[in-house]
Design a protein around this ligand. Sequence first.
Ligand SMILES: [Ca+2]
Length: 281
Amino acid sequence: FHLVGHSLGGQVAGAAGSALPGLPRITGLDPAAPWFEDEDPAVRLDPTDAGLVDILHTNGGPWWLGYVGISARHGHVDIYPNGGVIQPGCKKPAAGALEAILSGELLEVFQDLAGCSHKRSTVLYIDMLKKGSCPYIAVECNSYEDFEAGACSEGRVIDLTNVENEGFSGAGYMDTFAQTPYCGYHYVVAASVSADSSSPKGEIKLTLTSSKGQQTTALLVDGTIKAGTTQSVTHLSDTQLGDVTAADVSYERTSIMQTNTFVIDRLTVMSYRDSDWWSVL
Ligand SMILES: [Ca+2]
């Protein structure tokens, strides 16, 4: 048996598991937080409820601010798509509340708010079961911020369509798109900015072209471009790149008072999935 439960159902699956010794697996899809988070493991989903407890967190946060799911790790495997709080294409509760008041469409907006990020866990899970054209992987990392900054390029890569055979225990992070196909190809893009550059403020985008002609545009920096450092980012591409052979740099400065010369000495692109490195000088 493999129990899969969404929201309150995730907590119910935990209760069922604690009453059924030997249950092999429970998958919790954004298990509900109100009245469960920080409570005793006996009354909530926890790793003792099944041989493998894996959780997708998609709307974790304080329930009094409108979030529905638990954000803390409560399983053997805890996966945080897009950081696990707000999903792409969904609104933050506070911003949505303002919109609801302004538009007068309170009921519609609140229904959308309560559901969008929270329900995304079920949408993603069903998509994973279908094993479609793009990979569902997550990367072991200490935090979503580190993952986004490309700091976990050596973290373990977990195949989410095969969690039961991965033997992994810990927290994993991934990005998705706002609509189907949600999954994509994760890359670390890292650029060494020469020490004799200025450190201007602005936005750097890199359009990478592979030898087979695929292209993707990564936002490398949005803020201060730090001279003498390596700027890195995790980028989700909708196409699988082959060898990256060219990179077009676009720079939009946000401060007119500063000099804005910077030199990228070295650019590397790594696929999390294949762990192969390519260099573009
Ligand atoms: Ca329990």
